[in-house]
Design a protein around this ligand. Structure first.
Ligand code: SF4
Ligand code: SF4
Length: 529
């Protein structure tokens, strides 16, 4: 058993901010031992975001010199907002709504920023270890007292191989969960201890590619935000193109997982988005070189869980910390890490929530607290609510607007005849900037040792048969990595393709997927997402 003062689970921005602040803010001679564990192969390898970063999150965490040295690709110099209505028809909003503007903000690869934060954390004396999945929390007398890492070196039948490594228990005075959106330990703790927010969390799946374009055709720092097509009127969806250099464009599309039609395939929507005239202008002649996907907790203020349980704090995406209008959370994640560190150093973990609620990030979430729900009724309601909330500093409407259902999975309707065929007919032809799903998966670098237990466990195969009849096995479409497919009348799972995005855990209409951890170090290997 290992003993430490603080155990941080997850080396993303929130976890590393916690580690850096803990080491920096403690008095000399009283610096706590901080152990950070991450299931990815290296820091940032499981981190994916837009990412135009609101720099307010670095205040009080990094020095001006460190911020200046951050591996930023460009700064936003030109910004536009477009409503896409049809593949060839879009309308430029004459001005960028002030609440959405990110002029001068850094455009970065969050993977690279995370690597940079990990270097600072290590320099400050935090111990950052990657390749370790933390699979269980340890509780004693109503308090979290640490966690356990998963075993490594099991074969597909669960037998020990020659490289077997047993589970290790780490005891800590404080455990900080920084697992990101839909983290397994975080979700378990929230469910078991009744920490849910006023409303259940709602997610979007974000799909992103890095595309190399010919030199001389684009401007570094030009960004475009879009809403509308290919999302339907009742589903929250939007995309972006960010020119990170003259020759590289990040293209992303986020689609809310409370969508209703089971024939929907977010990856196909992403391709349709890329094929629109509005996006083609930015990627013409390009070639995709990297790919990734991840869920975004976009419920905002009303879906944020209670982030404290005795001995344990939740930071970042796991605590639902996201501005659901701007779809920005990195700055709030960093602020939450600093608040968690301050609460730990004050030996008053319960004060974390009050500290968090005093941050500018939390006030921002409160201001747009009524934005997300009306979007699920219809797009115009959402746009109206967004404008009203912003103009009145969130005072109108003063009550909680209805609109979101019990869970994203529960929103799915039964499959109607002919719908699958109609959806498939809209597919876009493949090309260098339009790879098919498996080519994209290859570019994510995801790797899982084949001879290990499958980490995606079907709870009851009979439910899959019923699901096939009612919903047409939607996992074969909503998974952005083609992990699920029906073959010879049975559901097959190619777990080695998995990107750890967690969409299947959220959207399976029968709650039939138990997402367990593959061995540490496996999964996507993002290097520039
Ligand atoms: Fe349906 Fe879930 Fe089974 Fe897939 S895993 S077929 S979504 S029940
Ligand atoms: Fe995402 Fe699940 Fe597919 Fe893995 S299997 S990529 S977690 S949807």
């Amino acid at each position: 058993m290992i003993e430490t003062d603080v155990l941080v689970v997850g080396a993303g921005p929130a976890g590393l901010a916690t580690a850096i602040a803990l080491r920096r803010k403690a008095a000399d001679g009283r610096k706590p031992r901080v152990v950070v564990l991450d299931k990815g192969r290296s820091p940032g390898s499981h981190v994916l975001s837009g990412a135009i970063i609101d720099p307010s999150g670095f205040k009080g965490l990094l020095t001006d010199e460190e911020v200046a040295k951050m591996p930023v690709e460009a700064h936003v110099v030109k910004e536009s907002f477009r409503s896409i209505m049809l593949p060839k028809l879009s309308v430029k909003i004459p001005w960028v709504p002030p609440m959405m503007s990110s002029k001068t903000f850094p455009v970065a690869s969050l993977t690279k920023v995370t690597q940079y934060l990990a270097q600072i954390a290590a320099r400050e004396g935090a111990e950052v270890y990657t390749g370790y999945a933390v699979t269980d929390l340890v509780e004693k007398d109503g308090r979290i007292v640490g966690a356990k890492t998963g075993e490594k070196g099991l074969d597909k039948n669960g037998r020990r191989k020659s490289n077997y490594l047993p589970s290790e228990e780490i005891r800590a005075k404080a455990t900080v969960l920084a697992e990101g959106g839909c983290g397994i330990l975080t979700e378990r703790l929230i469910a078991e201890k009744g920490l849910q927010g006023v409303r259940s969390q709602t997610y979007a799946v974000g799909i992103k590619e890095l595309i190399e374009v010919p030199a001389g055709t684009q401007t570094a720092g030009e960004v475009m935000h879009t809403f509308g097509y290919p999302a339907d009127f009742t589903t929250y969806g939007g995309g972006f193109t960010y020119h990170v250099s003259e020759t590289q464009v990040m293209v992303g599309y986020a689609y809310a997982l409370d969508y209703r039609r089971p024939e929907i395939d977010p990856f196909r929507l992403f391709r349709r988005f890329k094929a629109t005239a509005a996006v083609q202008r930015h990627i013409k002649g390009g070639k995709t070189v990297a790919y990734g996907a991840k869920v975004i907790p976009e419920g905002g203020f009303y879906s944020a869980p209670k982030p404290y349980y005795p001995g344990c704090l939740i930071v970042g995406d796991g605590a639902g910390l996201l501005d659901s209008l701007r779809i920005k959370g990195v700055h709030i994640a960093l602020q939450s890490g600093v608040c968690a560190a301050e609460a730990i150093l004050a030996d008053d973990l319960a004060s974390y929530e009050t500290r968090l609620h005093a941050t500018s990030g939390w006030r921002e979430m409160k201001r747009v607290r009524n934005v997300r729900a009306p979007f699920s009724i219809a797009m115009p309601f959402g746009v109206m609510a967004a404008g009203l909330a912003w103009a009145t500093f969130g005072r109108i409407p003063w009550f909680r607007l209805p609109g979101l259902g019990e869970s994203d999975a529960a929103e799915l309707e039964e499959l109607k005849p002919g719908r699958l065929e109609r959806e498939a007919a809209n597919d876009v032809p493949s090309g260098p900037a339009m790879p098919d799903r498996l080519t994209d998966v290859f570019m994510s670098g995801t790797i899982h040792e084949e001879d290990q237990p499958c980490h995606l466990k079907i709870k009851d195969p009979a439910r899959c048969e019923e699901c096939e009849r009612r919903f047409g096995s939607p996992c074969t479409r909503f998974c952005p990595a083609e992990v699920y497919r029906r073959d010879e009348g049975r559901l097959q799972i190619d777990f080695s393709n998995c990107l750890h995005c967690k969409t299947c855990r959220i959207k399976c209409p029968c709650g039939n997927i138990d997402w367990t951890f593959p061995q540490g170090g496996d999964g996507p290997r993002y290097t520039r997402m």
